[in-house]
Ligand binder design. Structure first.
Ligand SMILES: [Fe+2]
Ligand SMILES: [Fe+2]
Length: 188
């Protein structure tokens, strides 16, 4: 595709459609579903690295994901999932090292996401720092894929192993409330 052609990704934008809110009743599955979506986001970002004219729908999808969904996802983990894992973990699980690493990555990825969002909003204007924008695209995508891989391979299995049924109910309730969703009977 020529570099100056507007880039729309219909199938990828579909892939960023909202996750079914019923899945919030099974919060660890919901988090994994969000991880799939964040991988889709990385694919979208990779597609922007070498193009100069971004399609409006792609920009809207990326901005929504990195400014709304990603921050909510990180709050779910930092404020609810990580404290639950800390409470239930055994010393041999080595959670402090794991959670410390993931938290540091959350901070750095938030910084990169802000550069990407700012770059998408200012592109084509005199204030556009194209080099910083393109560097942040590549760096965010690479780091985020690794972060997701660690969470899926280590964090989620540990949560599956250690969290009680009541922990999961509380997690579901808080994640749903954060999204303005009322869960059906049996969840809180
Ligand atoms: Fe995550
Ligand atoms: Fe995370």
């Amino acid at each position: 595709m020529p570099a100056d052609m507007a880039t729309e990704f219909p199938s990828e934008i579909d892939a960023l459609a909202p996750i079914r809110s019923e899945l919030l009743g099974r919060p660890l599955e919901f988090i994994v579903a969000e991880h799939h979506r964040l991988r889709d986001l990385c694919r979208l970002l990779d597609g922007l690295v070498d193009v100069t004219d971004f399609g409006a729908a792609t920009v809207t999808a990326v901005l929504h994901c990195i400014e709304h969904e990603l921050p909510l996802h990180v709050i779910d983990e930092e404020e609810d999932l990580f404290p639950l894992i800390r409470r239930r973990a055994m010393p041999k699980d080595g959670v402090e090292r794991l959670l410390g690493l993931l938290s540091r990555e959350h901070v750095e990825d938030d910084r990169l996401a802000r550069i990407i969002a700012h770059g998408l909003r200012t592109r084509g204007t005199a204030g556009w720092d194209e080099a910083a924008f393109r560097a942040a695209l590549g760096s965010f995508s690479r780091r985020q894929r690794r972060h997701l891989a660690v969470e899926n391979a280590v964090l989620i299995p540990l949560a599956e192993l250690r969290l009680t049924a009541r922990d999961r109910e509380g997690l579901a309730r808080r994640m749903a409330a954060r999204r303005g969703v009322v869960l059906g009977p049996g969840h809180g």
